[in-house]
Design a protein around this ligand. Structure first.
Ligand SMILES: Nc1ncnc2c1ncn2[C@@H]1O[C@H](COP(=O)(O)OP(=O)(O)OP(=O)(O)O)[C@@H](O)[C@H]1O
Length: 611
C-alpha cells in the first residue's frame, strides 16, 4: 500500500469513528442540550440574559476543570482560583507591557499555571484529606498577598484595567454575544478534555488512586505522576478561563482574581452536580448560578451577599437529600433512558484480546531472591533475617501462625515496605537481577500482589477494576477492556462484569483481587489468603485456577491458612514463626516437622491427618 493510500485509509477511519461517536445518543443528546446555551440567549436577546449565560459558561468551565483534580483525583483543592488569577494577570500584563494579544497571552498563562500547579501539587499531594485542602488555601492566600504587595507589577489592591482595544484580536467587544461564543468554546474545551480523561487510562488511574492508593500502586500506577498530570491539565484549563474572564470584566483586582469564596463556589458546583462525573459540574452550575444571578439582578444592591445564601441553601438541600449529587442520584436512570434512543446500547465485547506479555526464562532457576530481610516496626521485629529464593515456575506456599510476619514478607518483596535491612532481587525480562525501589516499579517488573484485606475500587465495575490492572501492559482503552474481559472469563467473573465492585460479596471480591493482579500479566504472582472467605467449591475452583495460572509460566507464592488447599497446591512450603523461617521443604516433609507442629499445626492436625 502506498503512503498516500495509508494516510487516506487512516483519515477515513478517523472520520468513521467520529461519526460513530456522533451516532451515540449520549453524545448527540449532550450536544443538543449544550446548544441551548447559545439558542436561549439568542432568542431572548437581552444583555442581562447573555451575561447570565456567560457566567454559567465561565463557572461551569471552572468547575469542570476543578473536577479533574477534586473529583477524578479526589484532591479537594480549595485554592484553585490561584490558576484563574495567574491566567488573568498574565494575559492582562502581556497586553499592557508587550502588546501581546490575549489569544496568545492566555496560553502563556496556562503554561505558567501548569508549572505553579506542579509546584503546589508536588509537596501537597503527600498530605491527606483536610490538610491538603488547607495547604491549597494557604498557597492561594500567599499568592493573593504577593499580588497586593507587588503594586508596580499588578497594580496592587487598587487593581488593573485591561487596555480597551476593541475587536476579536483583543477579545474586547461591544456586542456581548461575542463573549458568549468564547465562553461557550472554553466550556466545550473543558468538557471535551474532562470526557477524554474520564475515558482514558489516566481517568481510570485517577479513580484508582482516589479509591485505593495501595491497589493502584500494585497495578503499576505511579500515584504522584498521575496526580501531577491531573493538576497540570486542570490548572491550565482554569487559567485559560481566568484569562478570558479578565478580558470580559476588563478589570482585575487581587480580591476577585484570587478569591477563596470563588474557589469554594466552583468546588461546590461539582459537589452539587456530582463529584467525579463529566457533566456533574455543568449541571451544578446550571442549577445554582441562574438562581443567584437572577436574584441579584432582580433585587439589585439590596441582595448583596444573597448568592452566598442561595449556594448555601442549595448545598444543604442537595447534601441532605442527594448525597451523590444530581448525577450520582439520577445519572443511571437518565443514562438508561438515553441509551434506549436510536444508536444506544452498543457494546464492543467481541473485540479480540491483545497478545499477552510473553513470560520468558529458564524454569527452576531463581526468579526472586530475598536475602536476610529484617523489618522492624519500632521495638517489634516482624521479619528477622528471612531469606527466601523463589524458583521460576514453582508454587511456593507460605504458612505460619497469625502475626508471624508472612504479609510483612510479601510487602517487602513487592516494594510496599522498605526492609530495615536485607535485599530483594528480581530477575528482569533481560535475565539480569535488579532491585526495584518502589511498589509500582516492582509491578512493572512483573511482581503482582493481592491484598489480604481486599482493595477493590468500589465505584468502578468489576470489568473496570480489572482494566486498571490491564492498562499496565495495554495502554489503549479498547485493548485493556478486551484483555480484562479475557481475565474476567478465566477467573469466572464475566457474568458480573458490569456490577460495581462495592456490591460484591467477599468471595467475589477475593476473585476480583486475583483478576486485577492477573491483568497486570505478572511473572511472579503473590497471593495473600485468597481462599479465605470462599466456599469449599470456590476454594477448589481457586486451587484449579492457580494451577492453570502456573501452567502459563507464572511463578506463584501463596500465603494460606487453608492447609488442605496449600498442601495440594504447593511444590514447596516455607514456614514462618515470630518473623523467622523455621522450616521449608516439600509439603509432606514440612507437616511432619516437630517445630511446625508445635508452632502452627498443633497435635489435632497431626491426629486428623494420621501423620
Ligand atoms: N505497619 C505496621 N506497623 C506496625 N506493626 C506492624 C505493621 N504491619 C505488621 N505489623 C506487625 O508485624 C507483625 C507481623 O504481621 P503480619 O501481618 O506480617 O503477620 P501475618 O503472618 O501476615 O499474620 P496473619 O496471618 O494474621 O495475616 C504483627 O505483630 C503485626 O502486628
Amino acid at each position: 500500500m502506498t503512503a498516500k493510500a495509508i494516510s487516506s485509509a487512516a483519515t477515513s477511519q478517523k472520520r468513521s469513528s467520529f461519526l460513530t461517536q456522533l451516532a451515540n445518543p449520549r453524545v448527540y443528546c449532550a450536544l443538543l442540550a449544550l446548544s441551548l446555551i447559545l439558542i436561549v440567549p439568542a432568542v431572548i436577546d437581552s444583555p442581562f440574559v447573555v451575561h447570565v449565560f456567560v457566567t454559567i459558561c465561565v463557572f461551569a468551565a471552572l468547575s469542570t476543570a476543578w473536577n479533574i483534580v477534586g473529583g477524578y483525583a479526589g484532591q479537594l483543592s480549595l485554592g484553585h482560583t490561584v490558576f484563574y488569577g495567574i491566567g488573568g494577570y498574565t494575559t492582562a500584563l502581556l497586553i499592557q507591557h508587550f502588546g501581546i494579544s490575549p489569544w496568545l497571552g492566555m496560553w502563556a498563562g496556562a503554561a505558567l499555571s501548569a508549572l505553579v500547579g506542579i509546584g503546589i501539587g508536588y509537596p501537597c499531594f503527600r498530605l491527606r484529606g483536610p490538610f491538603f485542602s488547607l495547604a491549597t488555601i494557604a498557597f492561594l492566600e500567599v499568592v493573593r498577598l504577593l499580588s497586593i504587595h507587588f503594586t508596580g507589577v499588578t497594580g496592587g489592591a487598587a487593581g488593573l484595567i485591561v487596555p480597551l482595544n476593541l475587536g476579536w484580536a483583543w477579545m474586547i467587544f461591544e456586542d456581548k454575544f461575542n463573549y458568549l461564543y468564547i465562553a461557550f468554546g472554553l466550556l466545550l474545551l473543558t468538557l471535551i478534555v474532562s470526557w477524554a480523561i474520564r475515558n482514558s487510562r489516566l481517568g481510570f488511574y485517577l479513580t484508582a488512586v482516589r479509591e485505593r492508593e495501595d491497589a493502584a500502586l500494585a497495578a503499576g500506577v505511579n500515584n504522584t505522576n498521575v496526580k501531577l498530570k491531573a493538576v497540570m491539565i486542570s490548572a491550565a484549563l482554569t487559567s485559560l478561563v481566568g484569562s478570558f474572564h479578565a478580558m470580559y470584566m476588563t478589570f482585575l483586582e487581587p480580591a476577585t482574581m484570587f478569591s477563596l469564596a470563588t474557589s469554594i463556589e466552583i468546588a461546590m458546583f461539582s459537589l452539587i452536580g456530582g463529584l467525579g462525573t463529566v457533566v456533574g459540574p455543568l449541571l451544578g452550575t446550571v442549577l445554582v448560578v441562574p438562581i443567584a444571578e437572577l436574584a441579584r439582578g432582580w433585587l439589585g444592591a439590596s441582595a448583596n451577599g444573597l448568592h452566598g445564601f442561595v449556594y448555601g441553601t442549595v448545598l444543604v438541600i442537595i447534601t441532605l437529600t442527594l448525597p451523590g449529587g444530581l448525577v450520582g442520584t439520577f445519572g443511571n436512570r437518565v443514562g438508561g433512558w438515553i441509551d434506549r434512543l436510536p444508536g444506544g446500547g452498543r457494546r464492543d465485547d467481541g473485540r479480540e484480546a491483545p497478545a499477552q506479555r510473553p513470560i520468558t526464562g529458564e524454569p527452576v532457576k531463581p526468579i526472586l531472591e530475598a536475602k536476610n530481610l529484617v523489618m522492624k516496626f519500632g521495638g517489634l521485629t516482624a521479619t528477622d533475617n528471612v531469606s527466601v529464593t523463589l524458583l521460576r515456575g514453582e508454587i511456593l506456599g507460605i504458612i505460619g501462625p497469625n502475626g508471624a510476619g508472612k504479609t510483612t514478607l510479601f510487602s517487602q518483596i513487592s516494594g510496599f515496605l522498605q526492609p530495615t535491612s536485607g535485599t530483594v532481587g528480581i530477575v528482569g525480562p533481560d535475565g539480569s537481577m535488579t532491585s526495584p525501589t518502589s511498589a509500582d516499579e516492582f509491578a512493572r517488573l512483573g511482581v503482582g500482589r493481592t491484598f489480604q484485606i481486599v482493595q477493590p475500587f468500589g465505584k468502578l465495575t468489576v470489568l473496570e477494576n480489572i482494566m486498571v490492572g490491564a492498562f499496565m501492559r495495554h495502554p489503549k482503552v479498547d485493548d485493556a477492556r478486551a484483555a480484562a474481559l479475557r481475565v474476567a472469563r478465566l477467573v469466572g467473573l464475566d457474568d458480573i462484569k458490569d456490577v460495581e465492585a462495592r456490591n460484591l460479596p467477599i468471595g467475589g471480591l477475593k476473585r476480583l483481587e486475583v483478576a486485577r493482579t492477573l491483568a497486570t500479566e505478572p511473572s511472579i504472582l503473590l497471593l495473600d489468603e485468597v481462599m479465605a472467605g470462599q466456599s469449599q467449591s470456590d476454594t477448589q475452583k481457586m486451587v484449579n485456577l492457580v494451577r492453570t495460572i502456573r501452567d502459563t509460566g507464572v511463578t506463584v507464592i501463596a500465603i494460606e491458612h487453608n492447609m488442605q488447599a496449600i498442601m495440594s497446591l504447593s511444590d514447596r512450603i516455607v514456614v514462618i514463626d515470630s518473623g523467622r523461617v523455621i522450616a521449608q521443604g516439600n509439603p509432606q516433609e514440612v507437616v511432619k516437622d516437630r517445630r511446625v507442629i508445635e508452632a502452627y499445626l498443633g497435635e489435632d492436625f497431626v491426629d486428623a491427618q494420621g501423620i
